[in-house]
Design a protein around this ligand. Structure first.
Ligand SMILES: Cc1cc2nc3c(=O)[nH]c(=O)nc-3n(C[C@H](O)[C@H](O)[C@H](O)COP(=O)(O)OP(=O)(O)OC[C@H]3O[C@@H](n4cnc5c(N)ncnc54)[C@H](O)[C@@H]3O)c2cc1C
Length: 420
């Protein structure tokens, strides 16, 4: 039975409501708390409340890795020490005119939350085009839950009857996520099969080249995939996915127990409920201070927002932009409430560091993806990012947590991390 509650806690106080606790939302909440700490709002206390579907901050960029436990950061460890409230619930409806958000908790109960200022940071989701069988049979690494499903699926392969495609995996989509999971699979499948000769991993894309958008990293990725034994299938058009594998346009069938879809992301569908301009990826257009254009009391950050990040070019859905967008959105939403000046966000660098499994990694800079490092050297940078740089402080120390949300832009990741 579902229950519905009107939440009136906000009646006597101002509330900054942050939707989402990913790379943008978590940092927006901490950024707001940082500015509010020690200040007095003329109309009484200001509450920062975060709504997130899970009770943890997901280090989503690590979903291609085998160990998923390290990708979960309990919200309580970061938000409780600094007095930020949080609620595990799913956002179902946003009413900007009434300044209300409807949420549903795991037990089916619904609540309506009021707000004074809103930060929209619900991220993005994998796009599923209407390819027959794709939604039913393909796995993914888009979310923590998807990555867990993949892990459980792989672990169950040895108990299946022997068949041609038992240890074959087809990865469809050779962008960043497809490349990263494809590089991991030969090792993961060989460990399960006990015999690398039984393993086949295919990375396919409809583009004329695999990892076509990767600039100077493209040939490096081809070399790495060759060394890892991953078959590359450019120019491949998928006609359908079945429980037995992949059918290609032209009639070829690839027998595979594992099919992983990595076909691109689109902004969270709830962006459509904000009456503002959206771009072709469904993202909310925000100004340099992360305020949604035309909706004064709503800010947005991360994959759900499109800002001109260097003053000219649109932000790219990424954690490297999502985290600073979050910090600035949090600072600015609180500053707006306090009547203080807002800070514009400007980031003049862009990097891509693609994990290539046991082969290493590849590191490029700029949107043209100029090669900076590869192999073991780039892998050290990737480990630094995935293991340290993108984590909040985990020591429950309020000063450290708040300081990490200061509205500043980091320098690009180093390419000379010393070997241990
Ligand atoms: C496998 C993989 C590898 C990647 N590698 C890189 C990389 O190397 N470098 C890089 O920069 N980027 C990378 N990315 C992209 C990066 O993960 C995203 O750009 C980033 O997570 C965006 O941050 P965000 O806060 O906007 O969204 P998210 O991190 O997705 O956070 C959104 C949050 O909102 C919550 N949420 C969503 N809907 C609801 C709802 N209705 N109600 C309540 N809560 C909800 C989610 O649970 C989540 O906590 C990778 C992505 C994947 C999947």
């Amino acid at each position: 039975m579902s229950r519905s509650t009107r939440d009136d806690a906000q009646a006597s106080a101002s509330r900054i409501l942050v939707l989402g606790a990913g790379f943008a939302g978590l940092w927006a909440a901490v950024g707001a708390a940082r500015l509010l700490a020690g200040t007095t709002h003329p109309h009484g206390p200001v509450e920062v409340l975060v709504v997130n579907a899970r009770p943890f901050h997901s280090i989503r960029v690590r979903n291609y890795e085998a160990d998923l436990d390290v990708t979960k950061v309990p919200l309580a460890d970061v938000l409780d020490p600094i007095g930020v409230k949080w609620l595990q619930a799913t956002v179902t409806h946003i009413d900007v005119a009434q300044r209300q958000v409807e949420v549903q908790s795991a037990d089916g109960g619904t609540r309506t939350l009021g707000y004074t200022r809103l930060v929209f940071a619900l991220g993005s989701a994998l796009v599923h085009p209407p390819i027959p069988g794709l939604a039913e049979h393909a796995l993914d690494v888009d979310t923590y839950e998807g990555a867990v499903r993949l892990r459980e699926h792989l672990a169950a392969l040895p108990s299946r009857p022997a068949s041609a495609g038992r240890y074959t995996a087809v990865v469809i989509g050779a962008g960043l996520t497809g490349t990263e999971i494809a590089a991991e699979l030969p090792g993961r499948l060989a460990a399960l099969a006990g015999d690398p000769a039984q393993v086949r991993v295919v990375l396919m894309d409809r583009t004329p080249k695999i990892a076509q958008a990767m600039g100077e990293a493209q040939p490096v990725i081809e070399t790495a995939m060759g060394a890892l034994g991953v078959e590359l299938r450019p120019d491949a058009q998928v006609a359908g996915v079945t429980v037995n594998g992949v059918d290609l346009v032209g009639g070829e069938h690839i027998a595979a127990s594992t099919v992983i879809w990595c076909g691109g992301m689109r902004a969270n569908a709830l962006t459509a409920q904000i009456p503002a301009e959206h771009d072709e990826l469904g993202r909310l257009r925000v100004d340099h201070c992360l305020r949604v254009r035309g909706v004064d009391d709503v800010f947005a950050a991360g994959d759900s927002a499109r800002s001109l990040i260097d003053g000219k070019q649109p932000s790219i859905m990424s954690c490297q932009y999502g985290r600073p967008m979050g910090r600035y959105a949090g600072h600015n939403v609180a500053a707006d409430l306090l009547g203080e000046p807002l800070l514009p966000l400007n980031i003049d660098w862009y990097t891509t560091i693609v994990d290539l499994g046991p082969w290493g990694a590849v590191y490029t800079q700029t949107r043209d993806r100029v090669l900076v490092a590869q192999g073991a050297q780039a892998k050290r940078t990737k480990r630094l990012i995935n293991g340290e740089r993108i984590y909040p402080p985990l020591n429950r120390n309020p000063a450290d947590i708040l300081q990490a949300a200061a509205p500043t832009v980091q320098t690009p990741p180093p390419d000379d991390v010393p070997a241990c």
